[in-house]
Write a protein that binds this ligand. Sequence first.
Ligand SMILES: [Zn+2]
Ligand SMILES: [Zn+2]
Length: 161
Amino acid sequence: MTLTYEKMVQALKRKGVRLTGARLSIIKVITRKQHVSASAIIKEVESEFGTVNVMSVYNTLDMLLNEHLIFANTFNGKHIIYEVLGDSSIHLKCDLCAKVVHIPESEEQKNLLDEIKTICTSNNLTSNHLKIEAHGMCDTCKKEGKPQVDMTRENKIVDKF
Ligand SMILES: [Zn+2]
Ligand SMILES: [Zn+2]
C-alpha cells in the first residue's frame, strides 16, 4: 500500500514531529505526484505561500527520508526524484528519451515480488522494500529509429531529464 497524505501526517504526529504549514504543503505535493524533484516541490510550495525557504524544503525531505515515508531515486544517476513509499516499486526507464514509467502495485506482481523476497531471505536479508528498475528503449524511440544507447551517448542524454 502506498502511503496517503492523511496516513503520512498521522505517522508524523505520532512521532511528535512539528508540522508547519509549509511542511504540510510539501507532504501534499509529494503524495499528489508520483515522481517529483525538489525544484518542482519548491515551485509548488512557493505558489501556495508566495515565498519558500529552500533550506526548509530540503530539511523536510531529509526528515521524510529518515522516517522512511518517502524514498529518493536517481533514474539517471544525477537528478533526485522523490516518491512516496509503497510496498514495492517497479520502474521502467527508456535510456534514450529518459521517460520513466511507474508500474503500480498489482496482484499479478505479487508472486514475482514474493520470489525476490525469498531470494533475500535465503541470503540473510529480511527485505522491507523492493526497488526494481528496468532500462531499455521505449516504443516511441524505437519507431523513430533512434540508435541503441552506447555509454557516450547515454552520458549526453542524461542532461535532458
Ligand atoms: Zn524513449
Ligand atoms: Zn515511481
